[in-house]
Design a protein around this ligand. Structure first.
Ligand code: HAM
Length: 413
C-alpha cells in the first residue's frame, strides 16, 4: 500500500464541500473588494524565494522543497504566495496598470516542517496582495478584507494583533539597540540566533527555542524605535481600523517569519487550534518589489491558511451547509425501462437537473435503497406500465408524497 506523503492530506468526496464553502467565501470577499485572481506556478526559481522571503528565515534555511530539474536548474515548490505574486507583477509590467493593483490567489504551498495539528507540508493559502499604495488606507482595507472573510465564515474565536516593524531607517537604529541587548547574552542563545545576530538581529525575535524566547522577552521593542513617519503611519492605520469598527490589540512582539516586511504587520490568532494558532498573517512590504528587480512600489497583503481555518471551524462547532444531493433518482426494472431511465436522466441533466440512475445492475429495491443513501430528493420508478402509458409517479422523499407526471415533465426541483 502506498500512502499519502507525510504532512499532506487528501480531500475526500464527502468533505470537499467544506473546502468549496471556504473558497467560495474567499472569492466573494475578492469580488466585493474588487480584487482579481492571479495564478502563478507551483514551482519557481529557487532564487526568487531566497531573495524574496529572506536568507535568514526558517522558511528559506530549513523548510523549502528545493530540487534540481532535469535541465540542472534549481527550482523550489512555493513556500508562500507573495514572492510569486511580486514576480508576476514585475515580469508582466503591471506597474503600468491603474494602481493600486489588487490581486488574490488560492493556492497550495509547501514547507518541510514537522507536521502537527494545523501544520502541514502541503497546505493551502487564500492570499490578497495590493500593489502600489503606501497609504495607511491600503493597510486598513487589506486588514478589513481578512476580517470580513473570517466573519463570513462565522469565525468568532479569533483576535487581531497588529504591530509596526518600521522602515529601513528606524530598523537600522533598532538593530543597533538589539545588538547592544543581545551581545552580552549571546553565549546562552542557540547557534541559529548567533548566526542571525550578525546577519539580521530582528529575526532572533522569531526564535522558537525556549532559552532564546526567554531572553527575547526582555529585548527592546521596535515600537519604541519607530521614526516619526512610521509612527504617524501606524497611528493612522489604528485610527482607520477604529473607524471601520475592527477590534485589535497592539502586540509589539509580532515580527513575522518572513524578511520582506516593513511597517504594519498583523496576525489573526485563535486559541482553539493548539500551538499553530495563527490562521492569517500579513503586512506591508514596501521594498520587496524593488529588491526583486522592479521599480520601487509599496505593497501590502495577507494570507490565510485554509487547513487552519477548517480546523478552527470544526473545533468551534461552526456548521458548514452540506453539499447538494441529487435532485432525482430514476430507477428501472427490466432492460427496456432501464434504458428509458437512462435516457430520462440524460434529458434532465441537459436541463441542468442533477439526475442519477443505475449503473450497478441492481434490483429495483436495491436501487431505491441506494437513492435513499445518496439523498436523492425525488425518486421515480419506470416499469412496464410506465413505459406503456408514458407516465410515472415521482415521489418526494422528504414527505413521501407522490405525483403522476408525463415522462420528462417533472415538477420544478
Ligand atoms: P505566513 O504567516 O508564513 O505568511 O503564512 C500565512 C498563513 O499560512 C499562516 O497564518 C497559516 O494559516 C498558513 N500556514 C503557514 N504555514 C503553514 C503550514 N505549515 N501548515 C498549515 N498552514 C500554514 C505568508 O505566507 C505571507 N506570504 C503572507 C503575506 C501575504 N504577507 C503579505 N502578503
Amino acid at each position: 500500500m502506498i500512502s499519502v506523503p507525510k504532512g499532506t492530506k487528501d480531500v475526500l468526496p464527502q468533505d470537499s464541500y467544506k473546502w468549496q464553502y471556504v473558497e467560495n467565501a474567499a472569492r466573494g470577499i475578492a469580488r466585493e473588494f474588487n480584487i482579481k485572481e492571479i495564478r502563478t506556478p507551483v514551482f519557481e526559481h529557487t532564487e526568487l524565494f531566497a531573495r524574496g522571503v529572506g536568507e535568514t528565515t526558517d522558511v528559506v534555511t530549513k523548510e523549502m522543497y528545493t530540487f534540481e530539474d532535469k535541465g540542472g536548474r534549481s527550482v523550489t515548490l512555493k513556500p508562500e504566495g507573495t514572492a510569486g505574486a511580486v514576480r508576476l507583477f514585475i515580469e508582466n509590467g503591471l506597474a503600468n496598470s491603474p494602481l493600486p493593483l489588487k490581486a488574490f490567489y488560492i493556492a497550495p504551498c509547501y514547507r518541510y516542517e514537522r507536521p502537527q495539528a494545523g501544520r502541514l507540508r502541503e497546505f493551502h493559502q487564500f492570499g490578497i496582495e495590493v500593489f502600489g499604495s503606501a497609504e495607511p488606507e491600503a493597510d486598513a482595507e487589506v486588514i478589513s478584507a481578512a476580517s470580513l472573510f473570517l466573519d463570513r465564515l462565522g469565525i468568532k474565536d479569533v483576535a487581531l494583533e497588529i504591530n509596526s516593524i518600521g522602515c529601513g531607517s528606524c530598523r537600522a537604529e533598532y538593530n543597533k539597540a538589539l545588538k547592544e541587548y543581545f551581545a552580552p547574552r549571546l553565549g546562552e542563545m542557540c547557534p541559529t540566533c548567533k548566526e542571525r545576530f550578525d546577519k539580521n538581529p530582528l529575526r532572533m525575535l522569531d526564535c522558537k527555542e525556549e532559552a532564546c524566547k526567554a531572553i527575547c522577552a526582555g529585548a527592546p521593542k521596535i515600537l519604541d524605535h519607530l521614526c516619526p513617519d512610521c509612527r504617524a503611519h501606524f497611528e493612522k492605520v489604528k485610527s482607520l481600523l477604529g473607524a471601520l469598527g475592527i477590534k485589535y490589540t497592539v502586540n509589539p512582539d509580532i515580527v513575522r517569519g518572513l524578511d520582506y516586511y516593513t511597517r504594519t504587520v498583523f496576525e489573526f490568532v485563535s486559541t482553539s487550534i493548539g500551538a499553530q494558532g495563527t490562521v492569517c498573517g500579513g503586512g506591508r512590504y514596501d521594498n520587496l518589489i524593488e529588491e526583486l528587480g522592479g521599480a520601487k512600489t509599496p505593497a501590502i497583503g495577507f494570507a490565510a491558511g485554509l487547513e487552519r481555518l477548517l480546523l478552527l471551524m470544526e473545533n468551534t462547532g461552526i456548521e458548514i451547509p452540506p453539499a447538494g444531493t441529487p435532485d432525482i433518482y430514476i430507477a428501472g426494472m427490466d432492460e427496456a425501462s432501464r434504458l428509458k431511465a437512462f435516457r430520462i436522466a440524460g434529458e434532465l441533466r441537459a436541463q441542468g437537473i442533477c439526475a442519477e440512475c443505475d449503473k450497478m445492475a441492481r434490483s429495483v429495491k436495491a436501487q431505491l435503497k441506494f437513492a435513499d443513501k445518496i439523498g436523492a430528493k425525488y425518486v421515480a420508478v419506470i416499469g412496464e406500465n410506465e413505459l406503456a402509458n408514458g407516465e410515472c409517479a415521482i415521489k418526494r422523499m422528504s414527505t413521501g408524497e407522490s405525483e403522476q407526471v408525463g415522462s420528462g415533465i417533472f415538477p420544478p426541483i
